[in-house]
Design a protein around this ligand. Structure first.
Ligand SMILES: Nc1ncnc2c1ncn2[C@@H]1O[C@H](COP(=O)(O)OP(=O)(O)OP(=O)(O)O)[C@@H](O)[C@H]1O
Ligand SMILES: [Mg+2]
Length: 342
């Protein structure tokens, strides 16, 4: 924030992780999540929740929104885990314990997973907790769901893009998943996206700097993905600010709209060794069919002393790489062709 700004009043409002004080067009989903968690207010176990829907439909935002509300009304512990970044059971438990204020010395990093589970159980003797497991389709080991749901006073909010995520988990895990409250997040229409970005302009920009017609063209370009819409708004605002303009010109909007991608900004370091190999295989090639990528991966993995992965894991990795903007794909299932994203 800067008194001399001509366009931007508060840049944070235009970033992905900002949790708005008002959310719109998700009343049904909000009510459902609130109802599921309500028992905690009376010191009773809450229901587990499963949120699913396309990218940019507000799943992460609503889950975090409801938890921050809940924290205001009850002494509940909460933790947010992104399973793309924390995939192993150990890492997930370690991060949950850290979120709950447990401090570890370095040597404790080598602690066995079961000990961490035990510590969590003890910590929760006298408090309820809700854990968000976001991007759960990227979990390396779905047993963590079993571990967590077995601890009294723990509720989880699981988030994934597809309703069928984790369908292939073992039966005892699946049955827990089936009994959770399944809440769908449909894709937004243009009007709904308009309302979402309109709110952001009111909080984040100087009044009158952007026209409704411009917000409409942003809404139209983003195919119902609110993340993309907010990103476009941030880009055009920053560009206008940097060029010392007094308002946002149509030309900038047109450019930003034509460059739309739903790419997420992910860092290479977050990739696991197999995913890094996949990137290496695709580098320098125009494109490669799924079967060839898989075969080359197995060969390279073996050479490097990494374990081979099963087909299901391979598909999970490819889906993740596509979703996070590292790789582009074309075609269906087995005939799918992959290339490195621009
Ligand atoms: N109904 C809404 N009201 C206000 N802001 C919203 C709403 N829905 C989404 N947003 C904002 O849009 C952006 C994308 O939403 P979010 O991150 O929740 O999507 P998602 O469904 O979790 O997507 P993905 O599956 O890709 O993770 C966030 O910045 C979020 O704050
Ligand atoms: Mg999300």
């Amino acid at each position: 924030m800067n008194g001399e700004n001509k366009i931007i009043r508060n840049l944070e409002v235009l970033t992905e992780h900002f949790i708005p004080s008002r959310v719109v067009h998700r009343d049904g989903q909000l009510k459902a999540i609130r109802d599921d968690l309500k028992p905690i207010l009376n010191e009773m176990n809450a229901r587990n929740v499963f949120l699913y829907g396309s990218p940019g439909t507000g799943k992460t935002c609503m889950a975090r929104y409801v938890l921050s509300e809940l924290r205001e009304h009850a002494p509940v512990l909460t933790s947010y885990i992104n399973c793309w970044k924390c995939r192993s059971r150990f890492k997930i438990l370690f991060n949950i314990l850290q979120d709950f204020g447990m401090r570890f010395s370095v040597h404790r990093r080598g602690q066995p997973t079961d000990e961490l589970l035990e510590m969590l159980g003890k910590k929760l003797k006298d408090s309820y907790c809700v854990i968000i497991l976001d991007e759960a389709d990227q979990l390396e080991d779905a047993r963590i769901l079993y571990d967590l749901t077995n601890i009294p006073k723990v509720s989880i909010i699981l988030i994934a893009n597809n309703e069928t995520a984790l369908y292939d988990a073992e039966p005892r895990i699946r049955s827990r998943l089936m009994s959770s409250d399944r809440i769908e997040f449909p894709v937004y229409n243009d009007k709904e996206i308009f309302d979402i970005v309109k709110d952001r302009t009111e909080w984040g920009l100087i009044p009158g700097i952007i026209k409704n017609s411009q917000l409409e063209s942003i809404a139209k370009a983003c195919n119902g993905d609110a993340r993309v819409a907010i990103n476009i708004l941030r880009i055009v605002s920053e560009d206008s600010e940097n060029q010392d303009l007094d308002s946002i010109p149509d030309k900038l909007i047109k450019n930003a709209v034509s460059n739309v991608t739903s790419k997420k900004e992910r860092r290479m370091e977050d990739l696991n060794p197999h995913e890094k190999l996949i990137i290496k295989i695709l580098k320098g090639k125009k494109s490669l069919d799924s079967g060839s990528v898989y075969r080359e991966l197995q060969e390279l993995a073996e050479k490097q002393g990494l374990e081979k992965i099963v087909d299901r894991t391979f598909r999970k990795y490819m889906d993740g790489l596509v979703k996070h903007g590292f790789v582009s794909s074309a075609g269906q299932s087995r005939w799918r062709i992959y290339s490195l994203a621009e």
